[in-house]
Each structure stands twice: as C-alpha cells, then as structure tokens.
Ligand binder design. Structure first.
Ligand code: SF4
Length: 89
C-alpha cells in the first residue's frame, strides 16, 4: 500500500475491501490476500495497475460494502458474478 500510495508503484495490496470485492464479484477469486493479489496483478492491464488499488478500495468501502452491497447503484452490476446481487439500494 505504501509502495502504491507514496511511491507510485503499480502494486495492488489486498486489504479487507479488495479481498471481499475480488472474491464476491468473481474478478480475482482467491483463498487468501496473497492469492487475490497475484490474481489481480495477472489480470489488470499495465495502464490501470497504479489506480486499481485505490479504485477497488473505494468501491468496497462505499458501494460493495460488507453487509449489504449497494447493487442498485453499482456501475459494474452487469459484470459482477455475485449470485446474491440485491435489486434495492
Ligand atoms: S453488483 Fe453488488 S455485489 Fe456486485 S460489485 Fe456491485 S455492489 Fe458489489
């Protein structure tokens, strides 16, 4: 996280938000944070690697929240593979 935020390195450190979003959506499933990090780094195009970390954290913090994700407001709802997507905001 420090490498990405402070030094501009194209790293994707996996915190609780990113871990949840990656698994829930099917974007980069993994049994632990390291597996998710490797999966995200493998599928993220180089041009988006620096921003991906921040975008995924914000998505998990404000839209794809832990208890009741705001699927009705979600801009990636059509791409998300979460079988329990809600229809109400
Ligand atoms: S549709 Fe719902 S579960 Fe899927 S990413 Fe969006 S908020 Fe999360």
């Amino acid at each position: 996280m420090v490498l990405n935020e402070a030094f501009g390195e194209p790293t994707i450190a996996v915190d609780t938000h990113i871990f949840r979003v990656a698994n829930r959506t099917g974007l980069a499933p993994g049994a632990n944070p390291m597996a998710v990090e490797r999966a995200l780094e493998a599928i993220t195009p180089p041009a988006f690697k620096k921003g991906a970390h921040h975008w995924l954290i914000l998505h998990g913090r404000y839209v794809c929240v832990a208890r009741k994700p705001k699927c009705a407001l979600c801009v990636v709802r059509d791409l998300c593979r979460f079988p329990e997507k809600s229809v109400d905001a």
